[in-house]
Design a protein around this ligand. Structure first.
Ligand code: NAD
Length: 234
């Protein structure tokens, strides 16, 4: 899986390990990887790094049966204040990163006629999110890509699904909101917008991912599942 050293990624690692899976966590932050997983340096912005990490993972643990694309990043910015450099940063990581890893891993799954791909998108992809225009577009691209890949590999035993977290308490969200009174107000507003009146926890997202990665989810493909306490019901 990618992004395994982050808030949601660590919870996914633990959920998969609890299901008896042997997990390799690829991340640019190696030292923070979870003890439930083998860690490998991976930069999803670089095809060479993707190839090296996947080759290493397959040498250590054998063919990859499950791929979870979790690596992602954003920063709140009004679209009118963004520039092309910022767009490229967002798209390279959140969209093309997922393409690179799928391009490297999915052919093996197709050949072996078994695979589960789960892409961590965002509710921003489904309904938009103020100050996240480029990220929302990249994440929506990831969802549409996943649906199309799902169609192309459906008869080869490979499923591809997207999980869309709503606001979830992780280092990413903390960094985006910043500190201070304005941030506390924003957290409060987010909570009030959620029908269940709380922010997501990484474990909420991980449970959905573990299900879609399981044997039992074999007839579910091309789907988009929000994990957001009812914030998005589309
Ligand atoms: N936290 C939220 O509220 C929220 C909401 C919707 C979607 N998401 C998505 O969930 C995923 C996980 O987010 P999180 O909140 O756990 O964030 P996080 O920052 O805690 O984790 C992201 C992980 O991705 C890794 N990463 C960043 N760039 C990378 C690269 N180039 N190559 C490999 N790894 C890289 C980071 O080192 C980090 O470990 C992201 O795709 C994010 O967009 C998060």
């Amino acid at each position: 899986m990618t992004g395994g050293a982050g808030g949601i990624g660590r919870a996914i690692v633990r959920a998969l390990a609890a299901d008896g899976r042997r997990v390799v966590s690829g991340d640019i932050v190696e030292e923070a990887a979870d003890e439930a997983a083998l860690a490998v340096h991976l930069d999803v912005r670089d095809s060479g790094s993707v190839d090296a990490a996947v080759t290493w993972a397959e040498r250590e643990l054998g063919p990859i049966e499950i791929l979870i694309n979790t690596a992602g990043w954003d920063e709140f910015r009004s679209f009118l204040e963004t520039d092309e450099e910022f767009w490229d940063r967002i798209i390279e990581l959140n969209y093309k990163g997922c393409l690179r890893v799928c391009r490297r891993v999915v052919p093996g799954m197709v050949e072996r006629e078994y695979g589960r791909v789960v892409n961590i998108s965002s509710d921003a992809a489904r309904v938009g999110s103020s100050l996240e225009a480029v990220y929302a577009g990249a994440k929506a691209g990831q969802v549409a890509f996943g649906k199309t890949l799902a169609r192309e590999v459906a008869r080869r035993g490979v499923t591809v699904n997207s999980v869309c977290p709503g606001p979830t308490e992780t280092p990413l969200l903390e960094g985006m909101l910043g500190a201070g009174e304005a941030s506390a107000k924003m957290v409060d507003a987010l909570r009030r917008a959620v029908p269940m009146r709380r922010l997501g926890q990484p474990e909420d997202v991980a449970a959905a991912v573990a299900f879609l990665a399981s044997e039992q989810a074999g007839f579910i493909t091309g789907q988009t599942l929000s994990v957001s306490g009812g914030l998005t019901m589309a």
